[in-house]
Ligand binder design. Structure first.
Ligand code: DC
Length: 242
């Protein structure tokens, strides 16, 4: 088992429930790398964007306006949002029903970005994310926009993954094409730019780089190169704690 092969210092960190925060804009590789790290170090993987997407779906189904702050907060706080399963087969549940595929549309992405500007919604999500990590028997990898700055400012390792909008749009477009979604590169780039703009400019917990985060621009790097850098940083924590 991988855990047994780790140096003692890293094991010690892992047994005290290591928290790894990964923040950054959409399409920078957070999910793929977050899942890879969770598997390597046997940590719980939390896709916090999926939680905002689930909240957005609940609001859309209710028929109320995404801009009706009070009603949006009521709908989201009355919804049961759960993440279940292993990193590779993560299921997002809304009131017990599997909505994992439904929340991946462009429409839900934009709606999640709007819903996530609501401070009551954010408070509830942050609470839920902390609770999921604190009650889990193991450490966690969380990926999102405010993990290292708000959710777990004391995280053991913080990464900020970024990439040029064009590189992120190309990746997203290729992923969507492979999944059979009908879209164009221009549409994808436009969607990414609109979301970036909203995510960095909102008043509550805007996307920003924690002062102690390791920033990695993934534009011209292979996935394995970024992964190696992240693993190296995490292993370095073991020696820093010696
Ligand atoms: O990571 P994603 O694309 O699935 O996230 C969807 C939206 O949710 C994103 O546009 C901003 C919001 N979000 C957030 O505000 N805070 C997080 N921790 C995660 C996502």
């Amino acid at each position: 088992m991988v855990f047994d092969k780790l140096p003692a210092k890293i094991k010690r960190n892992l047994t005290k429930k290591m928290i790894i925060a990964i923040d950054g804009p959409s399409g920078a590789g957070k999910s793929t790398l977050g899942k890879m790290l969770a598997k390597k170090f046997n940590l719980l993987y939390l896709d916090t964007g999926a939680m905002y997407r689930a909240g957005a779906l609940a609001v859309m189904r209710s028929g109320i306006s995404l801009n009706d702050s009070a009603s949006v907060a009521t709908i989201v706080s009355g919804s049961r949002i759960e993440l279940a399963g292993s990193p590779d087969a993560l299921q997002v549940l809304l009131d017990g029903a599997n909505i994992s595929d439904e929340i991946r549309s462009l429409e839900i992405a934009q709606a999640a970005s709007i819903v996530s500007t609501n401070s009551d919604v954010r408070r509830r999500m942050v609470e839920l994310q902390r609770e999921l990590c604190n009650t889990s028997g193991k450490g966690c990898v969380l990926e999102g926009r405010d993990i290292g700055t708000v959710v777990f400012p004391g995280a053991d390792a913080k990464f900020f993954l970024t990439a040029k909008p064009e590189a992120r749009a190309t990746r997203r477009f290729e992923e969507d094409k492979a999944k059979g979604r009908v879209t164009t590169y221009e549409q994808t780039l436009d969607e990414i730019n609109r979301r970036d703009e909203r995510d960095v400019s909102r008043d509550d917990s805007p996307l920003s780089i924690a002062s102690d985060a390791v920033v990695i621009d993934t534009s011209d790097l292979d996935l394995s190169e970024v992964f190696d850098k992240m693993v190296e940083t995490i292993k370095g924590l073991g020696s820093a704690a010696a």
